[in-house]
Design a protein around this ligand. Structure first.
Ligand SMILES: [Zn+2]
Length: 282
C-alpha cells in the first residue's frame, strides 16, 4: 500500500492522541506526511482556562511530528452538517490524505458522533477511512490493528502534554497502556492500536518502492539519524550517498536490504538498511 499522507481528525485536544497517536508515529517514521485536525478548543472541559488546551495540543502535535489544523468550532456544538463537512474538506484539499482516522460513531459524546458522520461524508471519495476508539466510545469491535510497541512511550509522552486533562482525570495514562496491551493480544503483538474500517482498500503493491525508500532516507536525514551509532557502525552506508544512488538512473536498481522503517529507537539500527544490488525486476 502506497501512502504519502494521512489525516487524523478529533473533536477536542487529546482525542487524536488517545485514538491513533501510535499510528501517526508509525506513518511519520516511514517518511509519510502526518496531519491532525482538531475541531474545537475544548472550551467546555472542567479545567479550561485561557489558551491552555491550545498550547497543550500544540506541544503534543510537536511530539508526534504532525502538522496541526484547528477546526474553529465550539466544544459540544459540532453538528454533522455542511459547515463541519466544509472544514474537513478544506483540510483534505491541503494535505490530500491517503488514510483518514476519526472517532468511532458509537460514542456518548455528541461531538464525537457528529464528526464521525461528517467525516464519512467529507471522505466519500477516499479509499481508506478508519474509526478509532477513545474512552467515551460505547461500542467497538475492531478488525484492523497497528503495532504500537515501538511508539507507545512517545504516544504517552504526547498524551502527557495534555496535563490539564490528566489532572482532571479525563483519561488515565495507565489505562492507555493497558488498552494497547489488550488490543495487542488480539493483534498478535505486544501492544496495538485498534480500528474499525468504514472502507479500507488494500492496494496490493511492491512492499518497498523507490518513493518509500526516498521518503525514509529524507526522514532520517531530517531527524539527524545519520549521525546515530547504528550508522557509524556501518561505514559503507552514507545516507546522502544512498539518496544519490536511489535517484540516479542506472541499468540495475538498488534495493534496501530491509523493509523496516527508520526509528529513533536505538534498537533499530540503520545498519539494517545497508543497500545491496539486485537484478532488474527482482
Ligand atoms: Zn473528545
Amino acid at each position: 500500500m502506497t501512502v504519502h499522507s494521512v489525516l487524523a481528525i478529533g473533536c477536542h485536544p487529546d482525542d487524536v492522541e488517545l485514538g491513533c497517536a501510535g499510528a501517526l508515529l508509525k506513518h511519520r517514521s516511514c517518511g509519510q506526511r502526518t496531519s491532525m485536525l482538531v475541531m474545537t478548543g475544548g472550551q467546555r472541559s472542567r479545567t479550561f482556562s485561557g489558551d491552555t488546551r491550545r498550547k497543550e495540543q500544540e506541544a503534543a502535535a510537536s511530539i508526534l511530528g504532525a502538522e496541526l489544523f484547528w477546526g474553529g468550532f465550539n466544544d459540544t456544538e459540532i453538528d454533522p452538517g455542511r459547515a463541519t463537512i466544509d472544514v474537513i474538506e478544506a483540510v483534505m484539499e491541503q494535505v490530500n490524505p491517503d488514510v483518514l482516522y476519526v472517532h468511532a460513531p458509537d460514542d456518548s459524546h455528541q461531538d464525537h458522533r457528529a464528526i464521525a458522520v461528517a467525516t464519512v461524508s467529507a471522505a466519500r471519495r477516499s479509499s481508506r477511512i478508519l474509526f478509532y476508539q477513545t474512552p467515551s466510545t460505547t461500542h467497538f469491535e475492531p478488525t484492523i490493528f497497528i503495532d504500537a510497541e515501538e511508539n507507545l512511550d512517545r504516544k504517552i509522552a504526547a498524551l502527557e502534554c495534555h496535563a490539564s486533562q490528566v489532572e482532571a482525570g479525563s483519561f488515565h495514562v495507565d489505562a492507555v497502556r493497558a488498552s494497547a496491551r489488550y488490543w495487542g493480544a488480539f493483534a498478535r503483538a505486544s501492544f496495538a492500536e485498534a480500528f474499525t474500517p468504514v472502507r479500507f482498500v488494500w492496494d496490493i503493491a511492491p512492499s518497498f518502492t523507490l518513493h518509500d525508500s526516498l521518503a525514509q532516507v529524507d526522514f532520517a536525514l531530517e531527524e539527524g539519524l545519520g549521525s546515530t551509532k547504528g550508522v557509524a557502525a556501518t561505514p559503507q552506508l552514507n545516507l546522502r550517498t544512498l539518496r544519490s544512488e536511489l535517484t540516479t538512473p542506472r541499468p540495475i536498481t538498488w534495493r534496501l536490504a530491509s523493509t523496516r522503517c527508520f526509528s529513533r529507537s536505538p534498537s533499530i539500527s540503520l545498519a539494517s538498511i545497508t543497500p545491496r544490488r539486485v537484478s532488474p525486476g527482482s
